[in-house]
Design a protein around this ligand. Sequence first.
Ligand SMILES: [Zn+2]
Length: 1177
Amino acid sequence: MSVNQQAHTGPPYGQPQPGYQGYQQPAYGGQPLPGAPQSQYGGPYNGPMPGYQQPVPPQGYFPSLGFPSKGSPVSLNSDTSSLAPNFIGSLRAPPTSGAPPPASGASLPSGHPGYNQFGHGDVQNGIPASAASMQRPPTSQPFLPGSAPTPVSQPATFQQYGHPPASVQQLSNHMAGMTIASTTASAPPPAGLGYGPPTSAPPVSGIFTATGSGLYTPYTASPGPPPTTVSQGLPLAQPPFPGQPTPTQRLPTQVPGFAPPPPSTGIGPSSYPPATGAPRPPTMPGPPLPGQTLAGPPASQPNHVSSPPPPSTMSGPHPGPPMGGLHGPPPPTHPPQPGYQMQQNGPFGQVRGPQPNYGGAYPGTPNYGTQPGPPAPQKRLDPDSIPSPQLNELPPQQKPRHRIDPDAIPSPIQVIEDDRNNRGSEPFVTGVRGQVPPLVTTNFVVKDQGNASPRYIRCTSYNIPCTSDMAKQSQVPLAAVIKPLATLPPEETLPYLVDHGESGPVRCNRCKAYMCPFMQFIEGGRRFQCCFCSCVTEVPPHYFQHLDHTGKRVDFYDRPELSLGSYEFLATVDYCKNNKFPSPPAFIFMIDVSYNAMKSGLVKLICEELKSLLDYLPREGNMEESAIRVGFVTYNKVLHFYNVKSSLAQPQMMVVSDVADMFVPLLDGFLVNVNESRTVIASLLDQIPEMFADTRETETVFAPVIQAGLEALKAAECAGKLFIFHTSLPIAEAPGKLKNRDDKKLINTDKEKTLFQPQTSFYNNLAKDCVAQGCCVDLFLFPNQYLDVATLGVVTYQTGGSIYKYAYFQLETDQDRFLNDLRRDVQKEVGFDAVMRVRTSTGIRATDFFGAFYMSNTTDVEMAGLDCDKTITVEFKHDDKLSEDSGALLQCALLYTSCAGQRRLRIHNLSLNCCTQLADLYRNCETDTLINYLAKYAYRGVLSSPVKTVRDALINQCAQILACYRKNCASPSSAGQLILPECMKLLPVYLNCVLKSDVLQPGLEVTTDDRAYIRQLVTSMDVAETNVFFYPRLLSLTKADVDSDALPAAIRNSEERLSRGDIYLLENGLNIFVWVGVNVQQSFIQNLFGVSSFSQISNALSTLPVLENPFSKKVRSIIDTIQAQRSRYMKLIIVKQEDKLEMLFKHFLVEDKSLSGGASYVDFLCHMHKEIRQLLS
Ligand SMILES: [Zn+2]
C-alpha cells in the first residue's frame, strides 16, 4: 500500500479540539508554526525578572506541528531480501532460555517515594537538593524577560500579558458592563444576563427562547382558556412575548405553553415544518415496511454499533401499539389540560406510520424506569386537579388539539444559535469572577486575565450556594470539568513556563497551593496570605517585590503566576521520582500477529504506516528530532521482541514463550532512537508481515503483552506509552486469560452491571503497576466478535490511555479511520507520570473524580499518561459555609513529564461567585457541563447498580433540580405550568438523550462491547464532546451555501425535520452519516455521487467521490471541517432513505422515540413535568 502523507498533513495538534467551536474554523494550528513560539513570547515582557528563564531557543507546545517534510528518506526496502536469511536465522533460534534474567525492575522502586510536591509535609521552597536542576533540558514556552509590556492594541494572539494596569482595568470594566456575571444577588440583573439574548433582540420563536430578562423560560400547558382548535387557537393565541418580563423583573412570565409559536417561527434556516398546526407534509415514510429486515453489514457499522443487528429487531409486521400516547386513560373530554396530560397521540402522531417495537408513551413504558404497565392517571398528584378536567371526559375528536408542537418546546438549535450570535463576536475575557463562559458550541476567543480559560475548566455553576443546605436543596451538582492539557486555537496563547530556579515555585506553607493571582501580599510585600487556607507565608527573598499604592506587587503584570489564570512552572528535582530528573519517554508498538490480524491485512497496514509515522513523534518546541525512543514487539500466544540497535545490519528477534513470568530478553537495542536505527527499523517493519504471513495461530495472550511493555520501561527507567494492536479475546493459557462471558440476557436484570465490570481483578493490579511506572496503554481493537472490552480496557482506562475499536475491520473501508486515529494518537501532546490535585478555598473541597486515571488516595489523580483530549470531572462538596464576599477558588495543579522528559507543573486557577439566593445559582449554571457530569456519574453508576436504578436516579435528581427552582425562584403560578430556568431549559432534552444512550438503554443491535467502549469513552470526554455525542449535529447539505465558508445551519434531531428532497449530514463525534432523501433532485445526486439516480447510489461508499463541482466540493469541505474538529476520525456512512441502514441513522435522531424504548423529547418533557409536580405537591 502507499502511505499517504497528504492525508494527514493536518497538524498533530492542529486537530481542533472538540471544545473549540468555530464550526467554520479550520484545523487550528493547521500550519506548521516553526517560528511561532519565538515571536509569540518575544513581545509582552518587560525587563528581566529574577527567576525568569533566560531566553532560550523558542519552543512551544508544538512538539510536532504537522508532518514536517520528511528529511533524508531512507530506502526502506532496498536490501530486505538479501538480508533476510540472517534475520530468519535468529527467528528460528529464539534465545528464550538463555536470555538475560528477568529485568524485573527490582532496581526500580515501583512506588513514587519521590513524589512530594503534593505532599503536605516537607516540600519547601528552599534550596533544592541537587545541582542537577541547573542542567535541565531547554524549556518550552519560555517566559522571556526583557520585553516591553504589551500595548492594548496588541493583537489578540499574544494577548494581554504585560498590559499596563490601566489597560487591564479598562478591559475589566468593559466586561463588567457586558453584564456577564452578576456578583451580588441583590443587584438587578442587567439585561442579557446569563446566556439570554439581549432584550433588544427578541428571539424569533418567542415562547421558549431567552428574553431580555434572561431568567426564565416559562411555558405552560394552556392554563388560560384553551383554544378551541389547534388551527385557530394555538398559532395566534399568544403574542410572541406576552407578559414579557422587563429586564429588571425576575419573575417568569407564564406564557401559555405547548403551543406553536407564531407562524413566523421557524427553527433554523428552514421553515420546515410549518409552524402552524396545519397538517405536515409527509416527510419520511417511517419505519421499514413489513417484512423489511435490517441486517446491517458489519463492515459498515459505525464505531460503536458494531454487530449486525438481529433481523428480528426490524423484521416483520410491526408489533406494539401504534403511536405512543397514553395507553390507559380514555381520551380526554375536556379542554387542554395543563402539563403532561396533553400527550394523546404522540407529538407527531399523524405523520408517522406505525412504529415497530415502540414502547408506549412514557407513563406506561419502562423508559423512565417507571413500572411497566398501563399508565395510572390516579397516581399523578395533581395540585391543579380542580381546574384540570379529567382526561376521560375529553372527547376523542379533540385529541389533535392537545398535540404539543415541537416548535414550542425549548430547542437546542435555537439556544446554540442565540449564544453564537450573542457571544461569538466578543472575546471572553477571564478577569471577572464567576463569569459564565459562552457555550461550547460558540466560537469565541479567550483572553486570560486571571482565570483559567473555559477550554481548561468548565463548571456546572459559576455561582455556588453559600451553604451545604442550599446546595442540597437545589440538587445542582457542583462540578468542574477539567482538561489540563487542552489544545488551544492558534490565536490564543499557550501557558507561559515560569522558572523560579533551584528554589522552585513559591507555595503556601500550609496547604501547598501554588502562587496565583488570588494570593494577597501584605506587610509591604514581605509576606503573603493564602487565598485557599488563609495561612501567612514569608515571601522568599529572591521573590520579594514592593507593592504599589493599591497593594499590588509592582511586577504584577510581569509575572504569569500573579496575573494569569493558567501558567506552568518548571519543576525542580524535588518533584521528580526518586529525586532524579526523568529520562525522555519511550513508545513501544506491540502488534498482534495472529491469524485474524494477518488475514485482514492489518499487520501490513500498521507496519507500512509506522515507517513514516515514526518521523512524526512528538517533539518539544523546535527540537530537531523527538526525544522519544521506540521499541517493537509482536505477539500471538508468545511474544517476539526485536533488537533494532543501529549497529546491526538486520533486526534480531527474540521469542519469549514463557508468558507466565514475563521478562524482557534484551535491554540494549530494544528502545532506540528512530533516526539512529532507521535502517534496521525499516527492515523490521518490512519483514514482520512476511514472517507471519502463513501463521495459523489464532489464539492470543494479552496481559503478558502489557507486562512486557511495563518491564521494558522499568528496565529503561522511563515512562512511556504502549500502542497495542489487538484482535481477539485472549484465551491462550497465560496470566489474564479470559473467557467469553457475554450474555445479553443479563440486560435489564440486576446482573447487568457485571457486563461492565472486568471479569478478573488481574488487570486492576496490572494497571496499578503501570501507573507506578508511568506506563500508559493505548489500545487499538479490531474484533470480529466479543473480546471483552470491559476487561481489556481496564489498564487503558486506569493509565489514562485511549481505546479505539474497529469492529469487523476491513482494509478498504476502515483503513482511513484507523490510520487517521493512529496518526493523531501517536502525535498528540501527552504528559507522562502525571499527578493532578485540585485545591479549593475553605468551605468546599473536591470529593469525587471521574475520568481515565488511577487514585491511590482520596486527593491525587494519577495518570501514567495524560493527553490533550483527556478530561477529568471533579465534584465538590461543602465542608463549611462560603461567603459571598470572598467567593470560592479552585486551583488545579498538574505535575507531569513532557515529551522531552522535562518535569513541569501546569497550574489552572478559577474563581467562582457564591450566593445566598437560589436564583443566583440557577442563573449561572451551564447545562452542557451539567450533562457532562450527570452522564459520567450515571455511567459509573452502572458498574454497581442496575441500569434502571441509575436511570431513575438521574430523572429524580433533575426533577428535584427543576422543582427546587420552581418552588423557590419562579413566581407563583399554576402547577400546570412547566417553568424551566433559562440556563437549564435544555436540561430535559439533553437528559433524555443520556437516558436513551446505548449504555443506559441499549438497542438490540448494540453489543456488550459497544456499551463498555462507549462507557469508557464518555468518561474522559470534555463538554463539547458530550454535547455533540448526546445531541448529534444535523445539517442540511442541500441547503448549504456553496459560495460561503460557513457550515449550513443545524436543525433539530427529529425525523420530522427531514425532507425527502434533501440530503443531510449527521455527526456525533464518533459517527458521520450522509442521509439522502428519496426525492432529492437528480442534479444533487449527480454532483455528489457521480451517478444519475437515487437507486444507483451505493451505500457501501466510505468516502464521497472527488468531483469537480461546487456542491461536491462544498460537502467534502464540510466533512473535512467537521472531521478536524473531532478527536477521532469518523467513518462516513451513506444512508439512503428507506434503505435498511436507515434504522441505524434513526438511532441518532434523538428527539424521536427510539426503538430501544427511549422516549421522544416531547414525551419526556411531559414526564419530567409530572415528576416535578409530584415533588411540589
Ligand atoms: Zn494555603
